[in-house]
Design a protein around this ligand. Sequence first.
Ligand code: DAH
Length: 337
Amino acid sequence: MSLLDDVKYLLSEAQENIEKAASLDVLNELQIKYLGRKGSLTAILKKLKDLPVEERKQTGAFANQSRKQLEEFFKTAKEKYSTKREKTFFDPTLPGTNPRVGVVHIINQVIGDICQIFYGMGFEIAEGPNVETDYYNFEALNFPPDHPARDMQDTIFVEGGRLLRTHTTPVQARVLEKQKPPIKIITPGLCFRNEAISTRSHVAFYQVDGFLVDEGVTMADLKGALVAFCKAFFGEDLKLKFRPSFFPFTEPSAEVDISCFLCKGKGCQVCKYSGWLEILGCGMIDPNVLENVGIDSEKYTGYAFGMGVERPAMLKYKINDIRLFFNNDLRFLKQFE
Ligand code: DAH
């Protein structure tokens, strides 16, 4: 095989490899392999001097032409990977395109608003696990094993004897167990109950509990805190009603109704023409609960309250279906920018 044949072979091989090359790195490597100082074509050219004059001229000319051709091939192949943009006309007076920005989920906004109000009253935030033990969800909170109040909670049980917490109240037990009074905490979080999903109830929902334990805490402190909260959250011109109720972990217990801020208490569809909206549960922490977590109930007293998040959110923003919070429909969520 003559040197000319070598050049021809090299040219076609190189051309084929350039076409197959799938990245800029590969192209660079090929360029060094064929055209570099120690490359194949250079090696062939070095042998030219041994050829007879005529053949040397012919082969030399062809080799130079092949080098130019390969350089051209490499250049075109590399253009595909070039990051340099073509300069186009840029009009700085045109309005910019806004990047798409996400929105904080309306439920998180409401949780944020609730926490902010209590934060302003000196409460700190604590969180607990969604998968709870029977002890923290029930027993520490003064639900004896066969207490009928357990039935009201429609508990979802999971493996290992654990359950999905049915309220955020277990965080009370967890915090009280670890900290020493004075303790002033709110506990936002997700809860679960095995309820039929409808416009008004869902298997997953949020609650915020709050509690204060110190010496000499009374029901008057509880009322003061809740009146301040409800006015800050729903509006100043609001009436509150404390209705006697029952919770195993508080004694005495109450439920708080606020005057319907939609009809100003006159009666409407939302308040079912009663003029009142039920908002939260509360009470003085049962001494049994304090003793369960190792706090001296002779020395300390405490109040506690707990509220759902979806219902106040629905009332405040006039949302008529709780499922909208969980459907992730951007058309709904984007309204709360
Ligand atoms: N855990 C109760 C529920 O889910 C709400 C509640 C009522 C929480 C009274 C409290 C409380 O902390 O004091 O229905």
